[in-house]
Design a protein around this ligand. Structure first.
Ligand code: PLP
Length: 364
């Protein structure tokens, strides 16, 4: 059996260090908005080359609070890809604005800037590009497009910490960006967590206020806020893992290259890495016209896989369901299948998965 993902391997390897970090938090008994979180914010700001990072309770809250801090609200339309995790769009609704879906580039699964151009209206206020699977969206074109039309840019970097576009880190291009520390993400906590990254002083200050009840200091609350902090136990865990992030990313890239070599001649759509991109392979996602049969054949051969995502966002029941205006997103939802790809996966395991994929393709 080869698991799709196995977090126990990572935690077994780091067990002593993680327990020591957690014990330190217990000894200090400072659990919310303390020193670990502050240092982690500095570390993440460094990784993404931005001046500010603000820890919050999840990647979802990072998006929601960043939208609010950017002044996005009722009456505003926000462009977002039709193929992503639901939070890229649902947080726009939470902010009181309207998501306007944009179809994707079928090679990289990131939003198609020409389609974004066609979706503009006088109400368009912002754009939320998603660096899906760890491949950056074309940020130079997106920032230029946003500049021409006076839009704010919020990067959804939940799957792409450590990725770069044209040599510049994701999280560094937009007015703000969000990352997620959900346990299966490339930098995952032992629970939930997220962060807002920004170079803008006003946005950082507003997110700090919003995450803690609109706090203006000394129990003075200047606006309606939330209870959305990154806790110290998660921050301490993340600081241990942050030191490995570079090495883990390199490992994911080597696994992806190995898959690429072994799967090249199969009737599969393989991940593409654009010339400007440094892909961090949060997921190694292939396409097959008969995806469900392919997944079943792999399962029968003992290989775990995952479907991210079986529905395009506009096809989610919460967004109405029956929607055919985004053909590339719709086709991706039917064809994508992610293979095991995590830093602790062995080369021999990649070879086994690739051999199983070959058998499965022949059998279908
Ligand atoms: C995981 C994820 C989120 C939400 O992050 P959570 O920490 O799970 O709330 C948002 N957008 C994308 C693309 C994600 O993959």
């Amino acid at each position: 059996m080869i698991p799709f993902i196995d977090l126990t391997r990572q935690h077994a390897a780091l067990r002593t260090e993680l327990l020591a970090a957690m014990a330190g938090v217990l000894d200090r008994s400072e659990f919310v908005l303390g020193g670990e979180g502050r240092v982690l914010e500095q570390e993440l700001a460094l990784t993404c080359g931005v001046r500010h990072a603000v820890g919050v309770a999840s990647g979802t809250d990072a998006l929601r609070l960043a939208l609010a801090a950017l002044g996005v609200g009722p009456g505003d339309e926000v462009l977002t890809p039709a193929f992503s995790f639901v939070a890229s769009a649902s947080t726009i609704v939470m902010a009181g604005a309207t998501p306007v879906f944009v179809d994707i580039d079928p090679a990289t699964y990131t939003l198609d800037v020409r389609a974004a151009e066609r979706a503009l209206t006088p109400r368009t206020r912002a754009i939320v590009p998603v660096h899906l699977y760890g491949h950056p969206a074309p940020m130079d074109a997106i920032v230029a497009f946003a500049g021409r039309h006076g839009l704010v840019v919020l990067e959804d970097a939940a799957q792409a910490i450590g990725a770069t576009w044209a040599g510049r880190p994701v999280g560094n291009w937009g007015d703000a960006a969000c990352v997620s520390f959900y346990p299966t993400k490339n930098l995952g906590a032992c629970g939930d967590g997220g962060m807002v990254l920004t170079d803008r002083d006003d946005v950082a200050e507003r997110v700090r206020r919003l995450r803690h009840h609109g706090d203006g200091g000394r129990y003075r609350h200047v606006e309606l806020g939330y209870a959305s902090r990154l806790d110290e136990l998660q921050a301490a865990v993340l600081r241990v893992k942050w030191r490995r992030l570079g090495e883990w990313t390199e490992r994911r890239r080597r696994l992806a290259a190995r898959y690429g070599d072994l799967l090249r001649d199969l009737p599969l759509g393989l991940p593409v890495e654009r010339r400007e991109a440094r892909h961090v392979y949060h997921l190694f996602t292939v396409r097959h016209a008969q995806r469900d049969a392919f997944a079943k054949a792999l399962a029968d051969l003992g290989v775990g896989t995952g479907v991210y995502y079986p529905l395009a966002v506009p096809n989610q029941p919460m967004f109405g369901g029956d929607e055919r205006r985004f053909p590339e997103a719709w086709r991706a939802a039917r064809e994508v299948l992610s293979l095991p790809c995590f830093a602790e996966l062995g080369d021999e395991e990649v070879d086994t998965v690739a051999a199983a994929a070959r058998k499965a393709c022949e059998a279908i």
